[in-house]
Design a binder for this molecule. Structure first.
Ligand code: 6GU
Length: 224
């Protein structure tokens, strides 16, 4: 999978790709991530990428020309399955959407800043609009990083234990059960006996029950 991230602040998000799962995925070639500094696609000599909003109002608007040039350049070399704009007024991200994105070959992510992009970018160049939740970030970069992380870990072969993505919270609309490791007793705080029993079917039942109880207690909305 190839992901092209278009941003005014590439340095803001390069480092998360240099550790852990994202690093392993890129080093092994399973994920191919490229950063594009929008300023390099500015069309005037001041390298301008934003301008005042028509009709007045506070804040600046990201101009269409640099974004169009950058996307056009990328499209010359390959076709894209999805061109995602990260914006707080996009569709709220969930595991189902992430599962879908993880099946795609080529994705562009456009990170918004200031007041956002000229509406014509959204109307004519973007195929998907994603928000990561009901709160406002200062830009789309951190959201794009989160989206990349969520997608890349689902690419086959990226996670060490192949089954582990399947037992994530949300993968079946249930929260994950509690987990424990050694020591079985720490300062008198004990691990539930059933997990030490060696009885796989008892353990499975316990985990399913805990998943359901956790979900009922913390996220009843998921059960509807
Ligand atoms: Cl995708 N961008 C920004 N700027 N804020 C957000 C967001 C995205 N998702 C939630 N808040």
């Amino acid at each position: 999978m190839r992901i092209d991230i278009i941003t005014l602040f590439p340095d803001l998000i390069k480092s998360p790709f240099e550790s852990s799962i994202l690093k392993r995925a890129t080093n092994s070639g399973k994920a191919d991530i490229h950063f594009h500094n929008l300023r390099n696609y500015a069309t005037n000599k001041h390298k301008q990428v934003d301008d005042y909003p028509f009709g007045g109002g506070a804040g600046m608007v990201m101009m269409i020309q640099p974004i169009d040039r950058c996307i056009k350049m990328l499209k010359k070399s390959r076709s894209y399955d999805s061109i995602i704009y990260l914006t707080p007024d996009g569709e709220k991200l969930n595991q189902k959407k992430i599962n879908h994105f993880s099946t795609l070959e080529n994705i562009i992510m456009l990170c918004g800043h200031y007041k956002g992009v000229d509406q014509r970018v959204r109307d004519h160049l973007i195929t998907d609009e994603v928000s990561i939740g009901d709160f406002v970030l200062s830009g789309g970069e951190l959201a794009a990083t989160i989206l990349c992380d969520c997608i890349v870990r689902l690419i086959p072969g990226v996670l060490g234990d192949e089954s582990s993505a399947l037992t994530d919270s949300f993968q079946d609309d249930l929260l994950a059960p509690p987990i424990y490791t050694r020591p079985a007793n720490y300062k008198g705080w004990e691990v539930p006996d059933v997990l030490l029993s060696g009885n796989a079917s008892l353990i499975n039942n316990w985990r399913e029950e805990k998943s359901l109880k956790n979900t009922q207690k913390r996220r009843p909305d998921l059960l509807k």
